[in-house]
Design a protein around this ligand. Structure first.
Ligand SMILES: NC(=O)c1ccc[n+]([C@@H]2O[C@H](COP(=O)([O-])OP(=O)(O)OC[C@H]3O[C@@H](n4cnc5c(N)ncnc54)[C@H](O)[C@@H]3O)[C@@H](O)[C@H]2O)c1
Length: 715
């Protein structure tokens, strides 16, 4: 044994060939944590010191090669001052360069996924052999940073600037055939032949049949592009990538700028450019938010998994109501492999639900994601019915009829009588308290909320609501069913609006205030879209439906009269009374025309402006910053209240709920991380500045305490 550590071993294979194997003890995958990096340093030194070594094969003892850096370590690491980040980056890079500079040939056997630092390790070797099923890529931009172990230097020198820019700026994972095509790897073989192929390569390099030094050389030199070619490649790429990523996600463009800046340098100088840019990105709030988001998502998955032990298997589901939501739920369940009965009281309802499902399936066939046979199979897994005939075999029923407590209670009592004892009943209500609906049931312990978002097939979140009497089994089974449907479930406690809508309505409260000050809604939309929302509040109201918003607002006002009570006529009342219901009837805040592709296109409508004149209480001149604050403060404070009231258990779940449920700008990390990034004390002071706008702008006592004590939501 030449080296033996907890993450890496180096041992002799045969006639001067050694194997450097990554196999992190106590973990299911290999990752580049501090330990692995320091052991790589020692391994490389040990190889260097042993003159008998003639060649090195790098391999993995796990199913994956190396999944990338240990992202949990980023949080601590990135707190270091920028200069220290640069120097630790350069120190890490010296290890990879020393490995690359070994006086003997090196071959990597990529048996499974090799991402980020994992791929950068491979790039430092002379030759790469890849197993057919493996995937490689540099996904760092998804975390608001770029590759920092030489990826921006070695990849363009190996596969050409255009390909490297595409790989790095998109962060995509690449299959073996793509990797081979662009020259990122030298050979692709079936998994069982990988070791033999690596051995064969190294022997040929040792014997001199392959010139490994010539193979290595381009990675040590400047890029092979003349000035004009460079300008063409980089300027076009920057423009295109900036357009795709948008101004709030700087990392992809920074990566291109770095490749460009280092284009005329040899490896070592180029690595210095990379390290400087990496440290800058690591210190941005975008990187902090996106890394936080990744870690929050991990926490969410862990929490959802904890329910598995007591969850019942859902073999057959049912949905009541074949409307917008019912149709979407049926499609999602069937296409993910759980057959579902779809019941409605109206023939047209069923036709609509089925029509919606077959439209969505048809689109998947069109895009080549599904065969027509699979489409037929999914469609036949949706069984439309107008009776409770087969409900005796159903494991879970999702109720998605109209949003009316009396109707829902009646329907739930009716279905309870038609199902077996252990069947879980779940309501897809958007706002009505689960404990209230449970009052109509004989077995309230089997009842929970299962709140999907529209459109069901697109929106990743499902809120699973635990009512006062819901059992752990009912919650666990619903969580498991949501996961099986490909969704991210978050368990929340009961209150009107649950987490997401309880937080969304105060945001609309802010919107109402702005309109009462005479601010143009189209300007508000623009400002909030620039802030990072996928659509502004006026457009969102039109998409959701003014009637839905109007109704929800009243339910929330009843639930939280101290701060959500409606004061006088608002913009939503005006629109509702004028029968401007939004996209569904072609006019709301905007008017809607159909574009060439048959999609609704919003246009300005003077009539809407005329109507809104009646609700302007007082004309105020407000800056764009005021608009953001007036919209965001109520949303953030309500999220704080949800956490304090125990509606949601952790800050991570609250933030992820908003990102997955309503498209809160991911680069801002969620409402609570947004407060952290403003500074808790600064945020409280900001809210106090708008105190005249009412109770929605009132920080909680606990938040004031946090501000005083210098606490944050995320460490
Ligand atoms: N639309 C959304 O954006 C959205 C989002 C999340 C949750 N929700 C909630 O989902 C539920 C359904 O909303 P929707 O937008 O799909 O409504 P919808 O009006 O499109 O559909 C409701 C369907 O229920 C049917 N129905 C009525 N009474 C019934 C009964 N007794 N048995 C069976 N079917 C019956 C109706 O015929 C209709 O087809 C509501 O509680 C709503 O608050 C809606």
């Amino acid at each position: 044994m030449i080296y033996e550590g907890k993450a890496i071993t180096v041992k002799a294979l045969e006639s001067g060939i050694v194997e450097l194997k990554f196999d992190l003890k106590g973990e299911s995958v290999n990752k580049f944590n501090r330990l692995t990096l320091s052991e790589l340093r020692q391994s490389v030194d040990a190889i260097k010191a042993d003159a008998s070594i003639k060649g090195v094969i790098v391999s993995s003892g796990k199913d994956v090669f190396i999944v990338g850096a240990d992202i949990t370590e980023f949080v601590e690491n990135f707190k270091l001052p920028e200069e220290q980040l640069v120097s630790s980056g350069l120190e890490a890079n010296r290890i990879f360069s020393d490995f690359e500079d070994l006086n003997v040939p090196t071959v990597v056997a990529i048996n499974g996924i090799a991402l980020g630092g994992g791929l950068e390790m491979c790039l430092a070797a002379d030759y790469r052999v890849m197993a057919e099923g493996a995937k490689i890529g540099l996904p760092e931009v998804k975390l608001g940073i770029y590759p920092g172990f030489g990826g921006t230097v070695r990849l363009p020198r190996l596969i050409g600037t255009d390909n490297a820019v595409e790989w790095i700026a998109s962060g995509k994972e690449n299959r073996a055939e793509e990797a081979l095509k662009v020259g990122a790897v030298d050979a692709v073989v079936s998994a069982d032949k990988l070791q033999a192929a690596a051995l064969d390569l190294i022997k040929r390099a040792i014997s001199g049949e392959l010139d490994y030094k010539a193979k290595r050389q381009p990675k040590l030199e400047k890029l092979k592009l003349n000035a004009i070619e460079q300008m063409m490649a980089f300027e076009t790429a920057k423009g295109f990538v900036a357009g795709q990523a948008g101004p709030n996600y700087p990392a992809p463009v920074e990566a291109i700028k770095t490749i460009q800046k280092a284009a005329n340098f040899g490896r070592d100088k180029a690595l210095e450019v990379e390290a400087a840019g990496f440290a800058k990105l690591a210190k941005t709030s975008v990187a902090e938010s996106l890394i936080g988001l990744f870690l929050n998502d991990q926490e969410l998955k862990k929490k959802a998994k904890a329910h598995d032990a007591i969850a019942q298997d859902v073999k057959l589901a049912a949905v009541l109501g074949a409307g917008i939501m019912g149709g979407g739920i049926a499609y999602q369940s069937a296409s993910k492999g759980t057959p579902i009965l779809m019941k409605d009281i109206r023939e047209e309802g069923i036709k609509m639900g089925l029509g919606e499902a077959s439209k969505l399936l048809g689109k998947r066939v069109e895009k080549g994601r599904m065969t027509t046979a699979q489409m037929a199979e999914s469609l036949s897994a949706i069984r439309p019915t107008m009776s409770y005939g087969d409900f005796g075999h159903v494991d879970i029923v999702v109720e998605a009829v109209v949003e009316n407590p009396k109707v829902k209670q009646a329907v739930l009592a009716e279905v309870e009588a038609a199902v077996k004892e252990g069947t879980i009943l779940a309501s897809n209500t958007s706002t009505i308290s689960i404990s209230l609906l449970a009052k109509a049931l004989k077995r309230p312990e089997n009842f929970v909320g299962m709140h999907f978002f529209n459109p069901v097939h697109m929106m990743p979140l499902v809120e699973v609501i635990r009512g006062e009497k819901s059992s752990d089994e009912a919650v666990a089974t619903t969580v498991a069913y949501a996961k099986k449907m490909g969704k991210n479930p978050i368990v929340v406690n009961d209150c009107p609006g649950f987490l997401v809508n309880r937080v969304l309505f105060p945001y609309f409260g802010g919107f109402s205030k702005l309109l009462s000050f005479g601010v143009d809604f189209a300007r508000i939309d623009k400002v909030m879209e620039k802030f990072g929302w996928p659509m502004g509040p006026a457009y969102l109201s039109d998409v959701v439906g003014i009637d839905t918003g109007h109704h929800g607002r009243d339910v929330m006002a009843e639930g939280f009269p101290d701060r959500m009570a409606v004061e006088g006529r608002t913009a939503v009342d005006v629109m509702y009374e004028a029968n401007r219901l939004g996209q569904k009837n072609g006019k709301g805040f905007y008017a809607y025309e159909t574009d060439k592709r048959g999609k609704p296109k919003k246009v300005s409508d003077p009539e809407a402006y005329e109507l809104l004149k009646s609700i302007v209480a007082e004309q105020r001149e407000l800056s764009d910053e005021d608009i953001v604050n007036i919209m965001m403060i109520p949303l953030c404070l309500e999220t704080v209240r949800c956490l304090e009231d125990g509606i949601v258990e952790t800050a991570a779940e609250a933030d992820m709920g908003l990102i997955y449920g309503i498209g809160f700008p991911p680069f801002r990390g969620g409402a609570l991380r947004y407060i952290d990034s403003v500074g808790v004390a600064e945020f409280v002071a900001l809210a106090d500045k708008y105190a005249d706008l009412g109770a929605l702008y009132q920080p909680t006592e606990k938040l004031r305490e946090m501000a005083k004590n210098g606490q944050t939501f995320f460490g």
